[in-house]
Design a binder for this molecule. Sequence first.
Ligand code: HEC
Length: 407
Amino acid sequence: MFKIPVLALSAALIMLTGQSVYADAEQRRQAKRIHDRLTGTPPSEVILSEMETRLIDDPTGKSAAEKALEDPAFYNVTLKNFAAPWTNEEQTVFTPLNDYTATVIGMIRDDIDFREVLSGDIIYTGNNSPDYNNSNNAHYEALENLGPEIANLADDNVLTQKIQSEVTLLDTTATAGVMTTRAAARAFFYKGTNRAMFRFTLMNHLCTDLEPLKDNSRIPDRVHRDVTRSPGGDSRIYLNSCVGCHAGMDGFMGAYANYELEFDEVDDVVTENTAHLIYTPGTVQGKFLINENNFKPGHETIDDSWINYWRNGQNALLGWSNGYPGLTLDEKGHAIGNGAKSMGRELANSEAFAQCQVKKVFKNVCLREPGNTADRTEANKIVTDFKAGNYKMKQVFRDVAAYCKGN
Ligand code: HEC
């Protein structure tokens, strides 16, 4: 009811004066929107006017967004909720702070090349007691319970970068960023065949599940023995469906051959919430051999080697990199390697990885997927800048918030 007369009045004033007397109102709105979207909280009057001034000097909104990124709530609220759903199979945000989430928050805060998230010997811990424990999450729950007034995750004296292998005592070669955090192990190396780690890594960091990647023309020689070749007595189902995922996926699976989640005994009881990651170099975990009688001539995992069959065929569209350090290709152009670290590098250097980070931030900040042509053009530009700028996630948040500032 009020909108029409106000707009009409402002239009009249623009006609009279040749410029909008509401220009500052526009920048104020944009400043407020940028701040709300990045931090979940309204800005103080002081911050709001500083952001307004920055919007006048730099109408792209990037400088104003940088101001909002200084707010501790960006770390304590926005980033925590951004990463939390990646750390459990239910993909819920209602899960306590853990080593996976804390590491993502810290890496973004400290502008670490985000590709390291799948391969780095890196972890973030708090300055609180109890200390980090391989077997439970008590350290992070205590940190979170202190609350941001006392334990502000924006402060690097509170949340501190550490060498993962020094904190967890895992071999440094066995570390693979968040994949070898306790939280990821608890969620995705739990029972099963370790394929869940691969599936959720794809969903969380390449923004795709397996279904769209089904390609039954890939070389099936790595499909494990547990996958029956004639489900329900019908080999056509295997050839048309099962192999579509398992040829490519099982090719990667050797990377996780030496990892397992081991349950601890507490007071003589084995509990699932007190479990730790184990790594057994040279010894393939028993879970890789379960149900081997389903198809005895199938692939037997004998070491931690992996191969990326998706470099050829339709999934070349994921945009595999031909030029990162450590990349090894076989004679057919498939990337090959040993262990989770090199496999993490293969995934994180793909175009799909870079696009996925931008897509996730876009959804988080703009509250929608990049939809129309303008959105997609801008998202592509932000991906290009993200890669050119050494994969700094804060830059992505800045650029996306600036784009979605409204008018
Ligand atoms: C859309 C991709 C896809 C297709 C198609 C598919 N699988 Fe799988 N399969 C997976 C994934 C992902 C997992 C790991 C699931 C998990 O542990 O979360 C899996 C796990 C398995 C497992 C191990 C189960 C366990 O105990 O963890 C077997 C056996 C298996 N699949 C057989 C088959 C057979 C037989 C078919 C065809 C009828 C088939 N799969 C089709 C993706 C697929």
